[in-house]
Design a protein around this ligand. Structure first.
Ligand code: RRO
Length: 305
């Protein structure tokens, strides 16, 4: 069984990655899953400088997933290179995708520049243009083609393939995908979380310390599949990474059929941190049961007549 997939210029041994922000910055999940087995380990978004994130509560369960307002907490790129990155390498992880964020184009560029010195195991940079918890969700780069393109162009200083993580909270996603590709992105990751809020009826205040937050998990799976499907039609030659509510093998296969080359597992890691290992085995078993010899054959299958 050939589980290898290609995302832009990068080849991964299998299509299953962790989603940024759901597996920490380093080896937090290594007691549950062999991180070296993953298609790639995706680091929670890093700013160029350390950032404390939002006040708690930061996460809250929903009937079909969860909502978060972590608020982009992280050690900064230099702090991560000196600690989290080293621990991933010590754990034998050879494929690391680093997610970065900024409040301005210059801050994104500074984070990307700081990654230029990263070891070769940092195989790509996922540029997070779509965090719902930056400035309370009032400003998302991923809702604007020109601003997204400016960020991607500025991040070329990382000297690594760039993936752009886009938003489900706009009807501009396919247009933004085209703009970031023109600006140099090799792939787009679809999607980040849905803007949401939970209100405590006793206190009459938002439950999360940050106010609103990002909805993830099964509640948004069909939304993200649709984004991938539509983007694959708009940009048949652009590599897509599907993320949103994957909890089962079939959820992952759906993203491939919609047009993704690979997928990322997020919220399911909170309920079962070994989900990725289960799904690597699961997609292999699914392919065998369906007489698929190379998993790459599945990409875009739902578009064929
Ligand atoms: O840290 C967060 O609050 C966060 C980020 Br950076 C993101 O991209 N998506 C999300 O739901 N939460």
């Amino acid at each position: 069984m050939d589980l290898r997939v290609r995302v832009g210029t990068i080849e991964l041994p299998n299509p299953v990655m962790v989603a940024s922000g759901t597996a920490g910055h380093s080896t937090e999940l290594s007691g549950y899953v062999d991180l070296a087995r993953l298609g790639a380990f995706v680091v929670k978004s890093l700013h160029v400088d350390p950032w404390a994130g939002n006040p708690g509560p930061r996460v809250h369960p929903l009937s079909a997933g969860m909502i978060n307002s972590v608020g982009l907490q992280g050690p900064g790129v230099a702090g991560w290179l000196g600690d989290g990155c080293r621990r991933l390498l010590d754990a034998g992880v050879e494929r690391i995708v680093v997610s970065i964020w900024g409040r301005t184009v210059a801050e994104y560029a500074a984070a990307a520049a700081a990654l230029a010195a990263a070891p070769p195991e940092v195989i790509a940079v996922e540029v997070n243009l779509s965090c719902p918890n930056l400035d309370g969700g009032r400003h998302l780069f991923a809702h604007d083609e020109a601003q997204s393109a400016d960020v991607i162009a500025a991040c070329s200083v990382a000297g690594r393939p760039l993936w752009a993580k886009l938003s489900p909270n706009t009807d501009r996603t396919a247009a933004v995908a085209g703009a970031v590709r023109e600006a140099g992105a090799e792939a787009v990751t679809l999607t980040n979380t849905l803007l949401g809020m939970v209100i405590d009826t006793e206190t009459r205040r938002p439950v999360l310390g940050g106010g609103g937050g990002g909805v993830s998990g099964p509640a948004m799976h069909a939304v993200a599949v649709r984004q991938v499907y539509d983007c694959a039609i708009a940009h048949p030659d652009l590599a897509l990474v599907g993320v949103g509510g994957i909890a089962s093998t079939r959820d992952a296969i759906e993203f491939l059929l919609a047009g993704a080359s690979a997928c990322q597992i997020g919220t399911a890691n909170f309920a079962d941190p070994s989900t990725c290992a289960r799904l690597i085995d699961g997609v292999e078993a699914w392919c065998r049961a369906h007489d698929i010899t190379a998993i790459g054959e599945l990409t875009g299958g739902a578009h064929e007549r």
